[in-house]
Write a protein that binds this ligand. Structure first.
Ligand code: NDP
Length: 302
């Protein structure tokens, strides 16, 4: 049997290149006397993972020359108080886009908050308006992780046309929008898509048919070699911290795919970390740039 040579879809390296492209664009704009793009974040409570995510979004914003702000609210913030901050950001001319870091504390209904975000500033692409625009093929902010996966496949020249893409996981932020994007009649898409979830029967039979397998279920090392077709492209969205005393941090990151046995089978595979994660942040920066361009354009025609 011919041996498959596995190649890495290096999200870390690609994210550096795309950030340079964004930084160049920002430099050109500021040299023309325009203000840089501004990305804001609302962080409610003191959840450690959320704080880490917001800090890394802020760091990446500064790397490309954006300005940023973080609105930190206590864990006992009421829905009404949070809505006040959302309404302030909706009206603020200096804010091009903003995110509300999820999850929110229990006393706040996430859907009420997402519904209140102005679609033109919804750089996470979570509002019903942006989801509707995406599904009907109109210009929209695409949700960051699915957009990052499409970018990764496109920039590495992975052929998607007519391929069978199996997406495992149907969350609103990853699996469902990705299934939609991969099935569009558009560049970097045109796949035949199967969307699987926890009620799917004979999951392994389906995943073994995948030319492109995307796994976003939140279960450490769930996908094993017997679930993957030799030569498949495998995208692992999962991120889990597991204790590891050999690391300075005391932990290491693993994905939803058992890479030790799956990687040798793949034509292309995303590592964890350094695969999908860095592209998620880059997509948020690209969306902010998109919001900024639209704002500048609207201001110049008014
Ligand atoms: P959710 O928990 O919201 O959704 C998980 C999905 O997986 C659900 O649709 C669920 O099915 C399905 N599922 C769970 N167990 C199984 C199973 N045994 N077989 C088949 N399907 C199953 O997860 P997210 O989409 O938010 O995240 C998934 C993973 O990706 C997590 O590890 C998360 O940390 C990571 N992530 C990484 C990002 C990055 O930037 N790298 C960004 C976002 C998430 P059902 O609907 O039936 O319950």
């Amino acid at each position: 049997m011919e041996e498959t040579k596995t190649q890495i879809l290096d999200g870390k390296e690609l994210s550096i290149r795309i950030k340079e492209e964004i930084a160049n664009e920002v430099r050109q704009l500021t040299q023309r006397g325009l203000r840089p793009p501004h990305l804001a974040a609302i962080l409610v409570g003191d959840d450690g993972a959320s704080q880490t995510y917001v800090a890394s979004k802020e760091k990446s914003s500064h790397e490309v020359g954006f300005t940023s702000s973080v609105y930190r609210l206590p864990a006992n913030t009421s829905e009404a108080d949070l809505l006040e901050v959302v309404n302030f950001l909706n009206a603020d001319d200096e804010t091009d886009g903003y995110i509300v870091q999820l999850p929110l504390p229990k006393q706040i209904d996430e859907s009420h908050i997402i519904d209140a975000i102005h679609p033109d500033k919804d750089v996470d692409g979570f509002t019903a308006v942006n989801v509707g625009r995406m599904v009907t093929g109109q210009e929209s902010f695409l949700p960051a992780t699915p957009k990052g996966i499409v970018t990764l496949l496109q920039r590495y020249g992975i052929d998607t046309v007519g391929q069978h893409c199996v997406v495992v996981g149907r969350s609103n932020i990853v699996g469902t929008p990705l299934a939609n994007l991969m099935s569009r009649n558009a560049a970097g898409a045109n796949c035949t898509v199967t969307l699987c979830h926890s009620k799917t029967r004979s999951l392994a039979e389906l995943t073994r048919q995948a030319d492109i397998l995307v796994v976003a279920i939140g279960k450490p090392e769930f996908v094993t070699a017997d679930m993957v077709k030799p030569g498949a492209v495998v995208v692992d969205v999962g991120i889990h911290r597991v204790p590891d005393s050999s690391k300075k941090s005391g932990y290491r990151l693993i994905g939803d795919v058992k890479h030790s046995e799956v990687d040798p089978l793949c034509s292309w595979v995303t590592p964890v970390p350094g695969g999908v994660g860095p592209l998620t942040i880059v997509s948020l920066l690209q969306n902010t740039m998109q919001a900024y361009r639209k704002r500048i354009e609207a201001m110049s025609t008014n």
